[in-house]
Design a binder for this molecule. Structure first.
Ligand code: SF4
Ligand code: FES
Length: 207
């Protein structure tokens, strides 16, 4: 591996910079680390269980251990995490504007899920009115919080937040407020699933 690392480089950044594909939903190079989607798991030789590579320091990990990014344990662990993420995510790819450009869809195809467990019901989350740019389908949200961190850390407007806990968690605005800034459109690209898509270019609108 050639890429140089500094004291702050995360393991996932190091692996990606060296051409190794690591699935990730909550991690983004320009945002703070949340470590909540858990899909970026890798195996460390000295660790009893897989660790999330986005919240692991590359220098410490590489100095103290060997890193396995495609071992059988890693594959199984990621597969299980994906199954959890799909518990409530609707399988509506054919009508989703994000279909074909969706990280969750890509990983689902990669892991090739054909069997379902725990699928007695899926929760429903009401959509939010976020203004003229962003169309929302909140039932698809996997709570990666990229949008929340973007609003707070990049756009400088703490308008989005996570409300509720556990299976009642949902993303919303603190007060009934629409996002009017042009910058808000960036959450469309940031969202790894189809929760936020472009209102203007919605397929249903173009029909
Ligand atoms: S709406 Fe999209 S970006 Fe925001 S938390 Fe949900 S999945 Fe992540
Ligand atoms: S990308 Fe590491 S926990 Fe989400």
């Amino acid at each position: 591996m050639k890429k140089k690392i500094n004291n702050k480089t995360s393991l996932i950044a190091y692996l990606i910079a060296n051409g190794i594909s690591v699935p990730h939903y909550c991690y983004h190079n320009d945002l703070s680390i949340a470590g909540n989607c858990r899909v970026c798991l890798v195996e460390l030789k000295n660790s009893m269980k897989p660790v999330v590579s986005c919240a692991t320091n590359a220098r410490v990990a590489l100095q103290n251990s060997s890193v396995y990014h495609d071992s059988a344990l890693v594959k199984k662990a990621r597969e299980n995490i994906l199954e959890f993420l799909l518990l409530n995510h609707p399988l509506d790819c054919p009508i989703c504007d994000q279909g074909g450009d969706c990280d969750l869809q890509d990983q689902s195809l990669f892991f090739g899920f054909t069997k379902r467990r725990f699928y007695k019901f899926k929760r429903i989350v009401s959509d939010k009115e976020l203004g003229p740019i962003v169309k929302t389908v909140m039932t698809r949200c996997i709570h990666c919080t990229r949008c929340v961190r973007f609003a707070a850390e990049i756009a400088g407007t703490e308008e989005l937040g996570v409300f509720g806990r556990g299976s009642a968690s949902e993303i919303g605005t603190y007060i009934d407020k629409v996002l009017t800034t042009e910058l808000s459109g960036n959450i469309i690209d940031l969202c790894p699933v189809g929760s936020f898509t472009s209102k203007k270019f919605s397929r249903q609108k173009l029909k």
